[in-house]
Structures are given as structure tokens and as C-alpha cells.
Design a protein around this ligand. Structure first.
Ligand SMILES: Cc1cc2nc3c(=O)[nH]c(=O)nc-3n(C[C@H](O)[C@H](O)[C@H](O)COP(=O)(O)OP(=O)(O)OC[C@H]3O[C@@H](n4cnc5c(N)ncnc54)[C@H](O)[C@@H]3O)c2cc1C
Length: 330
């Protein structure tokens, strides 16, 4: 029996090195891995995109070093602030079709959308760094493993919560298509909510057209909007994106969510107390963004056994009595 237990990992390792003979490991938790900043782009008054490349030249030569984790679902890495010795999580943006494109480094580059928080320790540190600076990352941490059977995804994203939405599109549409799995491409609907138009310039869709006379109507779309538009052009049947902007009075309310979920308002009954995760694997409803955004729409996450868990469904979704969607708070 003992031999059996040992043989399984050894066999898996041999299979792994046969399939990926030169696959170097970029990450080596619990250690941090050094990367350097190769690009720094301002994408709104409060946000930048940083492109990072591993300092180890061997990993840069690797064709697709994050292949395994991209096959799973949404993931994050921790970034260290060396002076304070603290770390925060950030979400790699997938290789883009619009603004970013596949990196010239053979795919080892990682891009991050980073919002500067007033008085935030790590986000202010990241915003202060210039091209050439070194950053240390640890991970990857899979946040949500996407089930094979998924047929419908609704993604409610606030601010930088759009990063995991792009990851879901990448894993479920891009990777599946690349793998020839075109029969299993799900239907994905994203709503990207921002406080200000400057965070999503040029982003219109659904019932939301540029107001006449609006200066932004003709402005070049922002970085992430371009990426979303590129994906929509590539997957017109499978991807819809709507934008809501607080300062323009468009809202992510019960009516909008009801229409996204294709449930009639009269079907939305109040439930008493339902656990967040159900056994449904085919319909996934993500709520991703700052704490206040997630709390308002889906109720707070909860500390369970020393780690942050999903908690109960609360907020708007609880009032709607969502039954046949599996809800994930990110
Ligand atoms: C899985 C995961 C993925 C994430 N992905 C991303 C991503 O891709 N991009 C991204 O930008 N963020 C992302 N985040 C959020 C990120 O991890 C950080 O929480 C965020 O950058 C703020 O960290 P900070 O150290 O700058 O702020 P902190 O120092 O932790 O401060 C947090 C908040 O408290 C406020 N605050 C701090 N000190 C004070 C004070 N003295 N008085 C009053 N208020 C104060 C700050 O203004 C800030 O709003 C992610 C989080 C998770 C959990």
C-alpha cells in the first residue's frame, strides 16, 4: 500500500516532465520570486497597468508557463512591499486580444491593473515604482476553479474587479477555443460598474449609449474597454458587456440583474437564509470588487476557520432569492 502511495506522485512527476520537458517553475511558494517591471501605463487618473517579467531568464524562454493555472479558473498572486514586509493579492490580466496582445517574452510576462488607494500601503508603493524596478511575487493562488459543465456566467464587476472577469473569459472562451473545444463555449454576461466615466472611457453597451453631446462619445476607448471590445468582436455569440457609471446615474440594480439572469421579476422571491454555494455547476454568478460593492450586492464574506470564506448570500441577491445560480464573491 505504501509503495502505491509513493508510486502515484512519482508517476505523476514522470508524466509531467514528459509532457512539459523544459517547463521551469516560475513560482516556488512559500518563497517570493523576483520580477522586473518592463512596462508601466497610466490607464485612468487612479489606475496603472504594470507588466512584469520574471528575472530568471530560463522561465522567460518558456512558451506558456502559466498554462496549468489558466486551465483552472481565476487566480491571484501576492505582491510584497519589502520595507513593511506586508503582501497583498493582485489578479493577473490574461494575455489580451485588444490592448495588450501576447507578450513578446514567450508568455512569461504578467500584467496587472492596479488602483491607487488613498493611504493604501501596497497600492501606493506599486504606483511609485518605475520601469526596471524589481517586484517580488508569490503564488499562484487559485481563487475559483471553474467547473467543466459551466454553460452560463454572469459577472458583476466593480472597478478592478474586472480583472477576474477577464480571467474567466480567457479560461472559458479563449483556452477552450484554442483547445478545439468549441462545443462547450458558455454564454458570458459582464457588467462593469465604475464610479466615474474616466475609469471606463468609451465603454457603452446594452441599453447604455453615449449621451448626445457627451464629450466622451467620441473619445478613444480606455485600455480595459478596448480589451473587452476585442473579446466581444471575437465572441459575439458568447460575450455581452454592459457598463454602468455612478456619476451618469446608470445602476447595477435588481432590475438589471434580473434581466441578466433571465428570470422574471415575479419569480424573484425572498429566501430566508441560503448558503452561498450550491451544487449547481452550470450557472455561475460572480460578484467581484471592493468590499462595499460585494457587501451591497451579495452580503459580506466571512472569516471561517482562519480564512476568508464566502459567507451567506446577502444584499440585493438575497432579496432576489437567487436559487439556481451558484454565487461566488471575489
Ligand atoms: C484575491 C484578490 C485579488 C485582488 N486583485 C486586485 C487587482 O488586480 N488590482 C487591485 O488594484 N487590487 C486588487 N485587490 C486588492 C488589493 O489586494 C489591495 O487590497 C488593495 O490594493 C489595497 O491595498 P493597500 O495595501 O494599498 O491598502 P491598505 O493599506 O490595505 O488599506 C486598505 C484601505 O484602507 C484605507 N486606509 C489605510 N490606512 C488608513 C488610515 N490610516 N485611515 C483611513 N483609511 C485608511 C486605504 O485608503 C484603503 O482604502 C485584490 C484583492 C484580493 C483579495
Amino acid at each position: 500500500m505504501r509503495g502505491c502511495v509513493l508510486a502515484i506522485p512519482i508517476l505523476s512527476y514522470i508524466t509531467y516532465i514528459n509532457v512539459f520537458p523544459h517547463a521551469p517553475k516560475i513560482f516556488d511558494p512559500p518563497r517570493f520570486t523576483p520580477f522586473s517591471i518592463t512596462r508601466r501605463e497610466h490607464v485612468s487618473p487612479t489606475s496603472i497597468i504594470l507588466t512584469l517579467r520574471p528575472k530568471d531568464a530560463r522561465s522567460v524562454e518558456c512558451e506558456d508557463p502559466y498554462r496549468e493555472v489558466w486551465g483552472k479558473g481565476t487566480w491571484s498572486v501576492e505582491v510584497k512591499q519589502p520595507e513593511l514586509q506586508i503582501a497583498r493579492s493582485y489578479t493577473p490580466l490574461p494575455p489580451g486580444v485588444g490592448a495588450g496582445g501576447r507578450s513578446g517574452s514567450g508568455g512569461a510576462d504578467l500584467r496587472f491593473l492596479i488602483r491607487r488607494e488613498e493611504r493604501g500601503e501596497v497600492s501606493r508603493y506599486l504606483h511609485s515604482l518605475q520601469v526596471g524596478a524589481q517586484i517580488e511575487l508569490r503564488g499562484p493562488k487559485v481563487e475559483v476553479e471553474l467547473p467543466a459543465a459551466v454553460s452560463d456566467v454572469v459577472f458583476l464587476a466593480g472597478g478592478t474587479g474586472i480583472a477576474p472577469a477577464l480571467q474567466v473569459v480567457y479560461t472559458l472562451l479563449e483556452r477552450r477555443k484554442e483547445g478545439g473545444d468549441t462545443d462547450r463555449l458558455p454564454n458570458i454576461r459582464i457588467v462593469w460598474a465604475n464610479r466615474k466615466r474616466e475609469d471606463c472611457v468609451g465603454g457603452y453597451g446594452g441599453d447604455h449609449n453615449p449621451p448626445t453631446g457627451n464629450r466622451d462619445g467620441n473619445a478613444a476607448p480606455g485600455y480595459i474597454v478596448r480589451e473587452l471590445q476585442g473579446l466581444q468582436e471575437k465572441y459575439p455569440e458568447n460575450l455581452q458587456v454592459q457598463y454602468v457609471v455612478d456619476e451618469e446615474g446608470t445602476m447595477l440594480d435588481q432590475k438589471r440583474i434580473t434581466s441578466l439572469l433571465n428570470t422574471r421579476q415575479s419569480d424573484a422571491k425572498t429566501v430566508k437564509y441560503s448558503p452561498v454555494t450550491t451544487r449547481i455547476d452550470s450557472k455561475l454568478l460572480f460578484v467581484s470588487g471592493p468590499e462595499g460593492f460585494v457587501n451591497y450586492l451579495a452580503g459580506p464574506k466571512k472569516w471561517e476557520g482562519g480564512r476568508e470564506g464566502q459567507g451567506e448570500i446577502g444584499g440585493v441577491l438575497r432579496r432576489m432569492g437567487i436559487r439556481d445560480w451558484k454565487v461566488w464573491k471575489l
